[in-house]
Design a protein around this ligand. Structure first.
Ligand code: SF4
Length: 419
């Protein structure tokens, strides 16, 4: 099955109109919202005070395609490390905008570490935990003022764990007196939407322009729908407690997929709990795959492979699908520079004659392997036309060479010169 395009009738609804927010400066800046491509972001899990490890992980996330990277700024040592991390990244040529994640003492850290306030491109704060009681507004205001002075963006993110309890109590009391009271969960959702909107309005009153504000909330679907209807702030989508492994991937894709399909969301993060020592860049790849599968963006060549069934009992088919997948992934670093547009390539690796030729014809280049009991021949289709039939024990190598050849002819300099 091919991914639906944004234009097709089964594709996503038109994107919600949102105010554009530029994160980062100059050419390194990234536009979020205002119809810009949906931005992929990620977050480090190193101790930010460990400059070397954090810079290394940010570089890896950026290399994997993360267009914004967030890091925890939880204490003086972390805030003090930020400018050094930034310098180290710049020295390596990594210009990805950096987001500082602040809770509880963000106002102090930003005040006491001006180089951190300056070095970050965006501050992420939560209106429910910037301070308590009468200090909350004051400390929220201080963070916003520092953002204004430094020309930075602020993401205001409300979530269950740190919801404004005073606001929630007020709404609960109002609801109790209502002739048609809502369920407690609906009132809590309303509190979250209002908390985000009230905080954003307060930031604007202090002087932070709307083009410097991004909003996020928790309990995705219902809350984001309401938030999207009531405002035009740029929206960050993420499912905080998605979990580990396939459960985390599925939960994130299902929740974010619904919202993206409805035209909501200007930047996304897939929050996966990593395996111990696991690869942090997985969250970037999952975010890219979600956006590409839904037809929003194109990041890498696609390999369409059938799932296999009782008609293909040997491992040749699985091995070839895996080989082609890893070959494309490994080649992309070089290909990206050499073959502009190569990320749009799509390759099919099919297990037998039932769907093989048909699907292969739909791909740029595809191969239909022999299923159990079929003659040991694998027809190859290029741009919908059968060009050759491969046989013998070197089918995998020969098909990879044909893919290389196709990429060179279609995306290489000769083709560009002839255009
Ligand atoms: S293409 Fe053939 S091997 Fe693949 S799933 Fe379909 S019937 Fe099975």
């Amino acid at each position: 099955m091919t991914a639906p395009s944004a234009e097709s009738s089964v594709g996503p609804r038109p994107r919600r109109a949102s105010v554009g927010v530029r994160v980062g400066e100059g050419e390194a800046g990234v536009m979020v919202g205002a119809g810009a491509p949906i931005i992929v972001q990620s977050m480090t899990n190193t101790d930010t005070a460990d400059i070397e490890a954090t810079a290394r992980q940010i570089a890896a996330l950026a290399a994997a395609g993360s267009e914004l990277v967030r890091l925890t700024v939880d204490r003086d040592e972390a805030a003090g490390a930020v400018p050094h991390i930034r310098d180290r990244l710049r020295a390596k040529g990594v210009t990805t905008p950096l987001i500082g994640d602040f809770h509880y003492i963000g106002h102090k850290l930003l005040r006491d570490h001006p180089a951190c306030a300056e070095g970050l491109d965006k501050y992420r704060i939560n209106p429910g935990n910037v301070g308590f009681k009468n200090k909350r507004d004051l400390q929220f205001g201080r963070i916003v003022e520092i953002a204004i002075r430094n020309g930075k963006t602020v993401r205001i993110g409300a979530n269950w764990g740190s919801l404004d309890q005073e606001l929630l109590t007020l709404l609960m009391d109002e609801n109790a007196l209502s002739p048609a009271p809502l369920e407690a969960r609906a009132v809590t959702r309303e509190a979250m939407v209002r908390s985000a909107l009230i905080s954003a309005a307060r930031a604007e009153e202090i002087g932070l322009p709307r083009s410097r504000i991004i909003l996020s909330v928790q309990d995705l679907i219902a809350v984001y729908r309401t938030l999207g209807q009531r405002s035009d702030y740029a929206l960050h989508l993420g499912l905080t407690e998605a979990g580990m492994g396939s459960k985390g991937v599925v939960a994130s894709a299902a929740a974010l997929g619904v919202l993206l399909q409805e035209g909501l969301g200007d930047t996304i993060r897939i929050s996966l709990t990593p395996e111990p020592g696991g690869d942090r860049t997985l969250e970037v790849r999952v975010a890219q795959e979600l956006l590409q599968t839904m037809g929003f963006r194109v990041f890498a060549p696609q390999v369409a492979a059938c799932p296999g069934c009782g008609r293909t009992t040997s491992t040749v088919f699985q091995e070839l699908a895996r080989d082609i997948h890893s070959h494309l992934a490994a080649s992309m670093a070089q290909w990206r520079a050499r073959y502009p547009g190569v990320e749009r390539l799509n390759v099919a690796v099919m297990g037998c004659i039932v769907n093989g030729p048909g699907e292969s014809k739909h791909a740029d280049i595809g191969i239909s392997l022999p299923g159990t009991g079929e003659a040991p021949a694998a027809p190859v289709f290029v741009d919908g036309v059968k060009t050759v039939t491969l046989r013998g024990s070197r089918i995998a190598e020969e098909f990879k060479a044909l893919v290389e050849d196709y990429v060179d002819k279609r995306f290489g300099p000769k083709e560009r010169a002839a255009e």
